[in-house]
Design a protein around this ligand. Structure first.
Ligand code: AHM
Ligand code: MG
Length: 332
């Protein structure tokens, strides 16, 4: 494959598609640059004194790791001054972060989970950054929290950086899903996969099976049928994978198919699952759909959900089309 840098790809996209403005291109490049910096910190590990807890809690009452806080700060600082954003929102911050008045403002809203898969940080397992871009409604440059509450179908960009054996950036601007590998010597993002496609059928599923006793009947039925193997109703064997980093699990699915599930369960009947709609489910759902997959909360398309709160949680079923449709059907 001819070496195409992220910059070159974005310029070509801008020429071809009217939905990509210069501001949006700059935004993506700035986020990608911030992810490079995060990747560098992640890579230093104990040598950079970035492991362990930060001694604080986030808005959801979860203990923050040092890298959660560092990554959040890197993304805020990188994106504040460029003039392309009206405001940001982060899984790690209680409320939105408007662009300070000393900087020019733009028309976009940026949302991110700065470091997803926090439980894997200290054990040197893949983690990632997830991001989503919306347009500020009515061109407002002083947005409030309610301006962020747009269904995922309104996202103009979604992507993630995966900090694994290689650092990769996977991106969609609504024209397919493409992957860029960080060339560490050159400090450049180089396109390594174009138009990633999720096969409609799969023999692999991902779910935290330690919660099985709490699952509701549709999920229990679906998983039991897969576990029954060749003699069960599915008539084939399934393999199971669970990395506990959504970015890494979704990356596997984008590469070789599969279904990822984080359902609501009976532990906390008022809580619709663990994952967050705006920072995790929406961007991943856009990527998955752009790659030919499906993403639902068991009842409806994730991208159609009208958010009510910034930190709202949602059940997630995403990946290979035929499997996600099957388990969604079991919920009807
Ligand atoms: P985080 O944002 O606090 O890191 O939590 C999200 C992560 C996902 O990456 C992953 O799919 C899930 O939590 C793992 O949950 P569990 O600990 O139940 O395995
Ligand atoms: Mg997360």
């Amino acid at each position: 494959m001819k070496r195409i840098s992220l910059t070159q790809y974005l310029i070509e996209e801008q020429r071809q598609h009217s939905n990509i403005s210069s501001e949006l291109r700059l935004l993506i490049e700035v986020v990608a640059r911030a992810c490079k910096t995060i990747s560098h910190s992640v890579g230093k590990g104990a040598l950079g004194d970035v492991l362990g807890t930060a001694g604080s809690e986030n808005v959801q009452g979860e203990v923050q790791k040092k890298l959660d806080v560092i990554s959040n700060q890197i993304l805020l600082e990188a994106n504040e001054w460029g003039g392309h954003l009206a405001a940001m929102a982060s899984e790690e911050m209680e409320t939105i972060h408007p662009i300070p008045n000393r900087y020019p403002k733009g028309e976009y809203l940026l949302l991110f989970d700065p470091l997803d898969g926090s439980s894997n940080i200290d054990v040197n397992v893949s983690i990632g950054t997830i991001f989503s871009v919306l347009k500020a409604p009515d061109g407002t440059t002083t947005p409030k929290e309610e301006h962020f509450l747009q269904p995922g179908a309104k996202q103009v960009v979604a992507g993630y950086a995966l900090y694994g054996p290689q650092t990769v950036l996977v991106l969609t601007t609504g024209n397919g899903v493409h992957s860029f590998t960080l060339d560490r010597e050159m400090g450049a993002w180089v396109m390594t996969q174009r138009d990633m496609q999720i096969p409609a059928d799969t023999k692999e599923f991902a779910i935290n099976a330690s919660n099985a006793r709490h699952w509701y009947p549709p999920v229990k039925r679906y998983v039991d049928e897969m576990l029954a193997g060749t003699t069960g109703p599915r008539g084939k064997d399934f393999n199971m994978r669970w990395i506990a980093s959504m970015v890494a699990d979704v990356h596997r699915i984008l590469n070789r198919g599969g279904i990822f599930m984080y359902p609501a369960d009976a532990r906390e009947p008022d809580k619709p699952g663990k994952l967050r709609l705006m920072y995790e489910a929406n961007p991943m759902a856009m990527l998955v759909e752009q790659a030919g997959g499906v993403a639902t909360n068991g009842e409806q398309r994730i991208l159609d959900i009208q958010p009510e709160k910034l930190h709202q949680r949602v059940a997630v079923f995403l990946g290979s089309k035929n499997e996600v449709e099957l388990v969604t059907g079991y919920h009807q």
